[in-house]
Design a binder for this molecule. Structure first.
Ligand code: UDP
Length: 138
């Protein structure tokens, strides 16, 4: 069954010029890019996106990082998109990420780890709605 997930190319990967290479891997893996844009977000907007992590020790660092430069939020579609994108993305810490995963290829640390991917249907719905208007994801 076709499913949608939400991803972000994070500021570290954009700064390093990896955007096109990451998009190529995503398309090679069979995902359709439904919607994508380049934007910068404020610290408060990053805090709203990552609200589930508000009590975690890394929250301040994470939201500083996510508001430190341009990002590419996007909506992706394929069968089993949420789980398959988590597999393509690799472990949170690139040191533990499997060969060929986006984080193994493009990430440098557990904090600056190149890409985000939704972890469940409810989070995907929240995250798509956080970044895109309905008319942009038809
Ligand atoms: N993060 C961090 N330090 C940690 C764990 C997570 O800076 O010890 C950051 C990292 O950028 C990660 C994000 O917080 O991608 C969200 O964490 P989560 O556990 O949801 O990992 P993910 O689902 O992104 O693999």
């Amino acid at each position: 069954m076709s499913q949608r997930t939400f991803s972000i190319i994070k500021p570290d990967a954009v700064r390093k010029g990896y955007t096109a290479a990451i998009l190529a891997e995503i398309e090679k893996a069979g995902f359709k890019i439904v919607s994508i844009k380049r934007m910068s977000i404020s610290k408060a907007q990053a805090e709203g996106f990552y609200y589930v992590h508000a009590e975690r020790g890394f929250f301040g660092e994470l939201t500083d990082f996510m508001s430190s430069g341009p990002i590419f939020p996007m909506v992706l579609e394929k069968d089993n998109a949420i789980a398959d994108f988590r597999t393509l993305m690799g472990a949170t810490n690139p040191a533990n990420a499997a060969e060929g995963t986006l984080r193994k290829l493009f990430a440098s640390s557990i904090g600056e780890n190149a890409v985000h991917g939704s972890d469940a249907e409810e989070t995907a719905a929240f995250e798509i709605g956080y970044f895109f208007a309905g008319i942009e994801v038809k």
